[in-house]
Ligand binder design. Structure first.
Ligand code: SF4
Ligand code: SF4
Length: 307
């Protein structure tokens, strides 16, 4: 006995987006085939199994050729094979997401960029639980996501959506990571900061800016480079020494006025860890480790990060 449906009707019936139904069909989770007149055909028993999963009774449309009186109820053995057993995703942190996600869309409502180029956190979660890893890793969505975690905060099922986003980013081949993010990570690993500023240039710049400050507004000011035992160790966003070095003077003036004890390390002073954004946990750990080594070497008590 075959069951005939349109994608939009099925989506409305089960309270999910049309694309979710299409994704289920494409992934083979919903075993339906294209039929005549933009309709799909599936075994009626598979439709019953879907209803069972969503806790619904089968719906018989007035023009349905199926007589409800002839329909046999499901037995447990019919239902079990449907539980997304074909999910081979390596992206989901927890296999229970398949059942926990109610496709309620709360995440999509909370997301500030929902709809941009089709991005929808609900769709991304469903694709992950359906094992559509390749499509997700090749998509641009995780790179458009700002990692703000609003979706995760709003999710009533506690699904770790930002963890999923980072995992998708981290799974992409490094050479295919968009923009300069991966190059920045590599540069930071090789030369100690995202823009590859040599140690001598950085130290020279800081000392020169310090002299300017001493002459203009802060008598006796000397830029504290590698001062052992300073209370605060300050890290720097490499964009500042590269493009707007005078901006650094603003917080130096605050420290000067407050009489703060602080220092900047001469090496590995980069405070922006792009491994966080590229999903590169290994590099991220190395960069964090260098900051911790500096803190120990200089015996500072507190750390200031620029971002
Ligand atoms: S808010 Fe949570 S449960 Fe609702 S669709 Fe998003 S991931 Fe699924
Ligand atoms: S973390 Fe990404 S998907 Fe979630 S709300 Fe923020 S931008 Fe949207």
């Amino acid at each position: 006995m075959m069951y005939e449906f349109k994608v939009n009707e099925m989506a409305e019936e089960f309270g999910v987006h049309r694309n979710t139904i299409r994704n289920w069909i494409n992934a083979g989770t919903l075993p339906a085939k294209e039929g005549p007149g933009r309709k799909y055909l599936m075994k009626f028993q598979d439709y019953q199994i879907l209803c069972e999963k969503f806790g619904r009774e089968p719906h018989f449309r007035p023009d349905s050729p199926i007589d409800p009186a002839t329909v046999k109820p499901l037995i447990k053995a019919d239902v079990e094979p449907y539980l997304l057993k074909n999910n081979s995703s390596t992206l989901t942190a927890d296999a229970s997401w398949a059942d926990a996600c109610m496709t309620c869309g709360t995440c999509a409502s909370a997301c500030p960029i929902s709809g941009v180029d089709g991005l929808d956190p609900r769709k991304i979660v469903r694709m992950a639980v359906l094992g559509m890893d390749k499509e997700l890793v090749e998509s641009s969505w995780p790179w458009k996501c700002t990692m703000c975690a609003k979706c995760e905060e709003a999710c009533p099922a506690n699904i770790k959506i930002t963890t999923l986003m980072r995992k998708i980013r981290g799974t992409r081949e490094r050479d295919l990571v968009p923009g300069p993010i991966h190059k920045g990570v590599q540069m930071c690993l090789e030369r100690g900061n995202n823009l590859g500023i040599p140690k001598d240039d950085f130290v020279f710049l800081c000392e020169e800016l310090g002299q300017e400050l001493a002459e203009a507004e802060c008598p006796g000011f000397v830029t504290p480079i590698d001062v052992h035992g300073a209370r605060i160790m300050v890290t720097v966003n490499s964009k500042e020494p590269f493009a707007e070095p005078d901006d650094m003077k603003w917080w130096w003036k605050i420290f000067y006025a407050a009489g703060e004890s602080w220092t900047i390390p001469s090496e590995h002073w980069e405070g922006v860890n792009w491994g966080l954004f590229s999903g590169d946990d290994v590099s991220m750990k190395i960069i964090v480790g260098r900051i911790v080594d500096n803190l120990r070497r200089l015996q500072c008590k507190a750390l200031l990060l620029p971002e």
